[in-house]
Design a protein around this ligand. Structure first.
Ligand code: NAP
Length: 298
């Protein structure tokens, strides 16, 4: 089966994640990257880098990964060429509604197709918030961001000679066993095996399987792994006292890229217009396999 050829516009954090995800997708493939300055990028091998999308031989759709203030202009150019697009600019509330309305106006004018706000937030987290609101219509939602790691036990690891900084997270394996991952940033010349032995034999860590990983920067790790706690509580007067809770750890940019690819799968099934994720039936996000996609989740 021919893969749907996707251009990525802007090679920043999101653009890079999109290229990576496209490379492993069964139905989509990267057609190339459109950049302001089309210098080759060794990390992307022989993927075409161009300054204008017209230079790419075959494009079925484009992912807009440029700064928020350039998204509308980029979308207009694509729509004028009838290239279907997906974007996920970080806009919320009134700003999102205004951008969606303008995208809709342009999509009708140029008879083009677009999915807007298809990232992590806005994107999949917006859908979770809405589902919680649907189930508990009278109540309040609280959303708090945190790093994906529990800082528990970190100080003990930092006392090991040669460890500059450490961060510990606790995870459950598929069979329910608890595992502790300890990430360590080492002083130059420190032997990682010696550090691993010292940490895994510390009595504080003996209660659970402990895996130690040396990383170049703990700060970068904390930046990369975000968490969110989304809570919806029924209003005080509601007899059920129901509460819904989503506790998630993830890389925001990676989830945004995944959602953009899912939206891409929906594009061939859409008529012209600008759709938000709220406008799309969930099965569309599975593309051609949408007709069988519900079975594993129902
Ligand atoms: N909804 C979500 O969950 C979510 C998550 C992450 C990002 N986003 C959105 O995705 C977009 C990209 O975010 P990002 O984090 O990837 O940003 P970034 O790392 O700053 O990358 C943006 C890229 O856009 C290109 N670009 C084009 N015109 C530019 C200009 N005038 N100034 C600077 N860069 C320009 C550049 O690539 P070249 O050098 O290759 O031209 C740049 O690397 C933003 O609109 C952001 O709001 C949304």
């Amino acid at each position: 089966m021919r893969k749907y050829q996707i251009a990525v516009i802007g090679l920043g954090q999101l653009g890079r994640r999109c290229v990576q995800a496209l490379r492993h997708d069964p139905a989509l493939a990267p057609a190339g990257v459109v950049r302001r300055n089309a210098t080759a990028d060794d990390s992307l091998g022989d993927l075409p880098m161009v300054e204008h999308i017209r230079e790419l031989p075959e494009v079925d759709a484009a992912l807009i990964c440029v700064p928020v203030e350039h998204v509308l202009g980029t979308a207009r150019e694509l729509m004028q060429q009838r290239i279907p697009l997906v974007e996920c600019a970080r806009l919320h509330g009134d700003a999102f509604v205004a951008q969606h309305a303008e995208m809709q106006r342009m999509a009708r004018l140029y008879k083009a197709r677009a999915v807007v706000g298809a990232g992590c937030d806005p994107g999949i987290l917006s859908l979770f918030r809405a589902q919680f609101g649907l189930l508990l219509p009278h109540g309040h939602t609280r959303s708090s961001l945190h790093t994906g790691a529990s800082l528990h036990h970190t100080l003990a690891a930092e006392r090991v000679p040669g460890v500059r900084k450490a961060l510990a997270t606790e995870l459950k394996t598929q069979d329910g066993t608890a595992q502790r991952y300890v990430y360590v940033e080492l002083e130059p010349g420190t032997d990682p095996v010696m550090v691993e032995n010292a940490i895994s034999h510390d009595p504080l860590y003996l209660d659970e399987q402990t895996l130690v990983f040396a990383v170049p920067s703990i700060a970068a790790l904390e930046e990369d792994n975000r968490g969110v706690l989304l809570e919806r509580h029924a209003a005080a007067g509601e007899p059920s006292h129901a509460a819904l809770l989503l506790e998630a750890r993830f890389n925001e940019v990676e989830l945004a890229a995944r959602m953009m690819l899912a939206a891409c799968r929906a594009l061939p099934l859409l008529r012209s217009g600008a759709y938000s994720l709220f406008d799309l039936p969930p099965s569309m996000l599975w593309g051609e396999s949408g007709n069988v996609a519900e079975k594993p989740w129902i």
